[in-house]
Write a protein that binds this ligand. Structure first.
Ligand code: NAD
Length: 317
């Protein structure tokens, strides 16, 4: 039975993953940590500790105190914010990862951290990007992600740490705001369609990117962590995705439910440059073959669920 420490637990993934893991493994067996404290379900419903992951000593101390056997490392700065502050991104994304891996090595923990489609670059094949391919990212976030994948492999090969990872596409969810990535528009578009009936997109028409709905992302994390290690040949990290669309296609899907919805454009050159360096679509075949990766939501199913959940959220507030 797992006992899990999560870093960056108050973010877009962590806030939903913490609740999900507490349901699966038991409330007291999931220790949420973050550099900040909010009063919400993540901090109030189970164990919570303040933890800055750049403090390796404190990370080890907390993991040791709770006797955890699994570390899920989510604390990071995402693509757009990392471009705005590359040295901070290097310090947090790489320094925090080394500290988390060192703790996993010391306490012999299973270890998970997400990579991203940002690990690919403009010289990577753009369509149906394979699992193993050319990776020369040109963003600080992408450089952190490629280095992180290699480092996690290194800790497995050199020290026997059970490291596992996923290359996530943009994740879409309604509970917690995304933290400053290039795919955030795909969350904002739902909220604005719902609230004001119009949205101004910072990426241009025809910008195709991979996306996945949060429930499928949470299932993928749990399925990978539960997978028989003997089946895992590409531990860090597996391509996973469930859809690829451009702003026009998601807007058209939303219009099926909210017919008056208007989409405008005001392109942000920094985020457009980041998006242009990423694949249009990636190939998740290896994840399907090695540990049975699967998804339940395509664009139409996700749109129905997002709009229903946003409606419920508004009624509750
Ligand atoms: P987020 O920005 O929503 O959350 C990050 C959390 O880390 C925040 O709660 C923040 O307070 C915390 N944090 C920041 N600095 C910290 C520090 N020094 N110590 C401890 N905590 C700190 O990010 P997210 O979307 O939940 O992403 C989590 C992981 O998943 C990241 O590695 C990210 O690169 C990866 N990822 C996310 C997506 C996505 O679409 N959300 C896609 C691909 C990969």
């Amino acid at each position: 039975m797992k006992k899990i420490l999560i870093t960056g637990a108050l973010g877009q993934i962590g806030s939903e993953l913490t609740a999900r893991l507490r349901n699966v493994y038991g409330t007291d067996r999931v220790i949420a940590t973050d550099i900040r404290k909010l009063v919400n379900e993540t901090t109030e419903a189970g164990p919570f500790e303040l933890l800055d992951v750049t403090n390796g000593e404190l990370l080890l101390q907390i993991a040791n105190r709770y006797q955890v056997d699994t570390i899920i490392h989510l604390a990071a700065i995402l693509s757009a914010k990392a471009e705005a502050n590359p040295t901070l991104a290097w310090h947090l994304n790489m320094g925090g990862l080394v500290n988390a891996l060192e703790t996993a090595k010391e306490l012999q923990c299973q270890f998970f951290t997400p990579s991203s489609i940002a690990a690919f670059g403009s010289t990577t094949p753009k369509k149906q990007t394979p699992q193993n391919t050319l990776m020369r990212p040109t963003t600080m976030y992408g450089i952190n992600k490629v280095a992180g994948e290699l480092l996690a492999d290194y800790y497995h090969i050199r020290f026997g740490v059970d490291t596992r990872g996923l290359r996530f596409p943009g994740l879409i969810s309604y509970l917690t705001q995304p933290g400053g990535g290039t795919t955030d528009y795909a969350v904002e578009i739902f909220e604005e369609a719902f609230n004001s009936g119009e949205y101004t997109c910072y990426l241009k028409k025809g910008t195709y990117l991979d996306m996945m709905y949060m429930p499928d992302a949470l299932n993928a994390i749990i399925d990978l962590m539960e997978a028989d290690p003997s089946t895992l040949k590409h531990r860090n990290s597996y391509n996973v995705t469930s859809m690829s669309f451009d702003p026009e296609e998601i807007a058209a899907e939303i219009r099926k439910h909210l017919p008056g919805f208007t989409l405008n454009y005001s392109v942000d050159p920094i985020r457009q440059r980041i998006a242009d360096s990423w694949p249009d679509s990636i190939d998740p075949t290896t994840a399907k073959q090695e540990w049975g990766f699967k998804t339940s939501y395509d664009l139409p199913a996700m749109t129905v669920d997002m709009l229903e959940k946003l409606r419920k959220k508004r009624t509750a507030s």
